[in-house]
Ligand binder design. Structure first.
Ligand code: ZN
Ligand code: FE
Length: 256
């Protein structure tokens, strides 16, 4: 199994360190900055072998160059973003696999937030590193892709086992929850999650990882088929799942 360490960075980013104990190989997922990674490696006596980038935004790649210079790690990123990911060395696309020692991570293309966005799924460790595609109780904004692309991307993630732990790149859960409850006030699992999230955030603790089962039960962007959400949106029976999803995304963009 991978040992997974969560490192807070910038205002609300998380960098994840993945350590495969048999080989000693270690990857940093979306290093917003190099310093927290270097400090965490030193504390544990680990050596960085890889950086895994989900997409090219600065709050996910700004640590790349310093980490490579310092450790000689290999930088893995989306082939579609080869010009936008600093110092990329291993270009991957949908269906590719990347090994970290004894563990294998599968690349799933998830266009929507950006066109080249990818996520890393490790079946052996039941873990998904989903960058800015899926958040707890939310999903990424559509900066480059269409609602239809994002909806298709999320369908891949919905099909993963419910026990999959969801490691998102941002701590957005509490704000996302305020929107989610506005659409589905009577969802008991959502209410329970929100009180747990308020408790955790009150102590400045992380709400992540989530699990896919919890997200399927509470995340409005995975629940466009919920009768309560459809009625809150005044969706007609003729509205397709993609149309309902697009409506939820637009409403969230305007939500204060
Ligand atoms: Zn982003
Ligand atoms: Fe981000």
């Amino acid at each position: 199994m991978l040992e997974i360490i969560q490192l807070p960075a910038l205002t609300d980013n998380y960098i994840y360190l993945l350590h495969e104990p048999v080989s000693g190989e270690t990857a940093a997922v979306d290093p917003a900055a190099a310093e927290p990674v270097i400090a965490a490696l030193a504390e544990r006596g680990w050596k960085l072998s890889h950086v895994f980038n989900t997409h090219h935004h600065g709050d996910h790649v700004d640590g790349n160059l310093a980490l490579k210079r310092r450790t000689g790690c290999k930088i893995v990123g989306s082939k579609a973003d080869s010009r936008r990911i600093p110092d990329i060395e291993i270009e991957v696309e949908h269906g590719d696999q990347i090994r970290l020692g004894e563990q294998t991570l599968e690349i799933i293309a998830t266009p929507g937030h950006t066109l080249g966005h990818i996520v890393y799924y490790c079946a052996g460790s039941e873990a998904l590193f989903c960058g800015d595609t899926l958040f707890s109780l939310g999903c990424g904004r559509l900066f480059e892709g269409t609602a239809e692309q994002m909806w298709h991307s999320l369908q891949y993630l919905k099909a993963l086992p419910g026990s999959t732990r969801i490691y998102c790149a941002h701590e957005y859960t509490q704000a996302n929850g305020r929107f989610a409850i506005s659409l589905e006030a009577d969802n008991p699992q959502l209410r329970q999650r929100l009180s747990e999230v308020d408790r955790l955030r009150g102590q400045n603790l992380s709400t992540l990882p989530s699990t896919m089962a919890l997200e399927l039960a509470t995340n409005p962007f995975l629940r466009e088929d919920s009768p309560a959400i459809r009625s809150a949106l005044a969706a007609s029976a003729a509205d397709s799942p993609v149309e309902v999803f697009a409506k939820i995304r637009r409403l969230k963009d305007q939500f204060r």
